[in-house]
Design a protein around this ligand. Structure first.
Ligand code: RB5
Length: 146
């Protein structure tokens, strides 16, 4: 899969840990920064990465900040993006099955490295169920116009 990555300084270490994991699995990773621990602004990277998914350059994206919250809010402002902030694998799985999420957000100050990888693996391994959930996701898409 083609997977875009992004973070601010507070999510940088976790992003790099996830990046190594994804590359070892053979995914094509597009790391859009940040590229060091210097203070940075999460909305910039949330937008940058989300646009990669919205324009079809990447299948999915994973974004990290301190909590995962700020960067998920930023990513969700981009049309076509459904980003969920997850701290455990169940929500990550259901965000794919029921919500067809295309961006996963994680908090570098919230989840440990190994738990983060479980969340990432669950997210990427799970398919959208469609059916009755399709209509609901379409209703979410309509909100892109507001
Ligand atoms: C940075 O200190 C922190 O506010 C940011 O990484 C994030 O947690 C915001 O939601």
């Amino acid at each position: 899969m083609k997977i875009a990555l992004g973070s601010d300084h507070a999510g940088y270490d976790l992003k790099m840990y996830i990046r190594a994991h994804l590359e070892a699995q053979g995914h094509e990773v597009n790391d859009l920064g940040v590229h060091n621990n210097e203070r940075s602004d999460y909305p910039v990277y949330g937008k940058k990465v989300a646009k990669e998914v919205a324009n079809g350059n990447s299948d999915f994206a994973i974004v990290c900040c301190g909590t995962g919250v700020g960067i998920s809010i930023a990513a969700n402002k981009v049309k076509g993006i459904r980003c969920c902030c997850c701290s455990e694998p169940y929500s990550a799985r259901m965000s794919r099955r029921h919500n067809n999420c295309n961006v996963l957000a994680l908090g570098g100050r919230v989840v440990g490295d190994e738990l983060a990888l479980m969340i990432v693996d669950e997210f990427l391994a799970t398919e959208f169920e469609g059916g009755r959930h399709e209509r609901r996701v379409n209703l979410i898409s309509e909100l892109d116009e507001y």
